[in-house]
Design a protein around this ligand. Structure first.
Ligand SMILES: NC(=O)c1ccc[n+]([C@@H]2O[C@H](COP(=O)([O-])OP(=O)(O)OC[C@H]3O[C@@H](n4cnc5c(N)ncnc54)[C@H](O)[C@@H]3O)[C@@H](O)[C@H]2O)c1
Ligand SMILES: [Fe+2]
Length: 355
């Protein structure tokens, strides 16, 4: 069975394209009461981007905090905040920020049209009703959240996305000017999320020409960004992220992402840095990719945290390994149908103890 997957129907790309956001949203404001909710990463609270948002009378600006990656509880609170603000639904939800903010905006737009808690929909295709119109403006590049059909949330019992065709954005705006000036470490970690998506896709058993075409181009762009220091590196990283996301949409991620989910669940390690930490321990699985990744780290003088699990008790380590080993499709993509003969909980525990 081949998957028939949905992609973002409207994309605008280019430096300064953010200035067109007002024009793009205008047709959505169908009545004088129509209003739009802008979901902005609170890092921009005092920055000029905030004043460039095309707010009109009745619109709501919500500043979201992403010091912790998004939780279902936070989504439920934000949805309640919008419902308290105006009993009518907004005509659009616009997420402006990195992967976390883009995921928050996706989840809000779904939950405004689906009853209950966001936690009820963590899984695959549980959403019944289409979302409110939603658009994203990335201010970090690498996660591919702008193109994916998931919004990754930590719930009361699991960290799992709301995966559905309705999750996919209606519109994305890729303006490379917005990723200028991101602190180097964050730029690197989020960018490496993309590079790792490509390597896991290319070296997985699910690979096909569709995914290969996107991943090869994405890797080439990542090299220009992280090894060649290309003058157009912001434009290139934005497209690398998009292509990397398109690649995994039709293949899958692999061992690095599986291990990073264990770290995130137990230690709250953020996605980009978590993937870098686990990838650095996977030279046996992705030898060329890991060596190139280390060259990129060296070039940018990146030093990964070590001994993260040193003080962890046995139970926490067990939980970490259980979370990771539970991600069957990722392991199957990495090692094939017989992956369980290669990956055991003991082997994962050994790896985690070294991190
Ligand atoms: N939906 C998906 O397909 C998907 C895929 C991968 C990751 N994710 C999710 O994305 C999140 C990680 O996203 P991320 O790596 O983009 O980081 P992020 O959104 O978590 O942000 C990281 C930090 O960078 C700051 N920041 C954002 N834009 C900035 C800018 N222009 N300048 C300076 N600082 C800025 C944020 O305030 C935050 O402190 C995780 O929650 C992860 O689960 C989702
Ligand atoms: Fe990722």
């Amino acid at each position: 069975m081949y998957r028939n997957f949905k992609i973002v129907p409207n994309i605008i790309f280019g430096r300064g394209s953010f200035n067109q956001l007002g024009d793009i949203l205008a047709p959505k404001r169908v009545t004088p009461d129509s209003y739009i909710v802008f979901v902005l990463d609170d890092i921009f609270k005092e920055r000029p981007l905030k004043n460039r948002i095309p707010m009109e009378k009745g619109d709501l600006l919500i500043l979201v905090n992403v010091d912790n990656e998004p939780t279902t509880k936070y989504i439920d609170q934000l949805v309640a905040q919008i419902q308290a603000y105006n009993p009518n639904k907004p005509v659009g939800i616009i997420g402006i920020g990195g992967g976390s903010t883009m995921d928050i905006a996706k989840a809000i737009s779904l939950m405004l049209n689906n009853p209950g808690s966001a936690a009820d929909y963590q899984g695959w295709d549980l959403i019944k009703n289409p979302a409110v119109y939603h658009a994203a403006v990335p201010t970090l590049a690498g996660t591919g959240a702008e193109v994916s059909r998931t919004t990754v949330l930590t719930g009361p019992v699991k960290k799992l996305g709301i995966n559905s065709d309705f999750t996919v954005y209606d519109q994305i705006m890729l303006d490379p000017e917005l990723i200028d000036g991101v602190p180097k470490d964050q730029w690197f970690y989020t960018g490496m999320d993309c590079y790792i998506h490509d390597i896991e896709s290319l070296h997985g058993t699910y690979i096909n020409e569709f995914s290969r075409a996107y991943a090869e181009k994405s890797v080439a762009l990542c090299r220009q960004v992280f090894l060649d220091d290309h003058p157009d590196k912001d434009d290139k990283l934005m497209m690398a992220s998009y292509f990397g996301g398109m690649s995994i949409a039709y293949s899958q991620v692999g061992a690095c992402h599986a291990l990073s989910y264990g770290l995130a669940f137990v230690l709250g390690t953020h996605h980009g840095i978590g993937c870098c930490i686990t990838f650095d321990h996977l030279e046996e699985v992705y030898p060329e990719g890991v060596r190139e990744f280390r060259r990129m780290m060296e070039k940018h003088d990146i030093h990964l945290p070590r001994n993260l699990t040193k003080d962890l008790d046995e139970q926490s380590l067990q939980t970490m390994a259980e979370v990771a080993i539970g991600l069957t499709p990722l392991w199957e993509n990495c090692f094939g149908k017989d992956w369980q003969q290669i990956i055991t909980k003991e082997r994962l525990l050994d790896m985690y103890r070294k991190m």
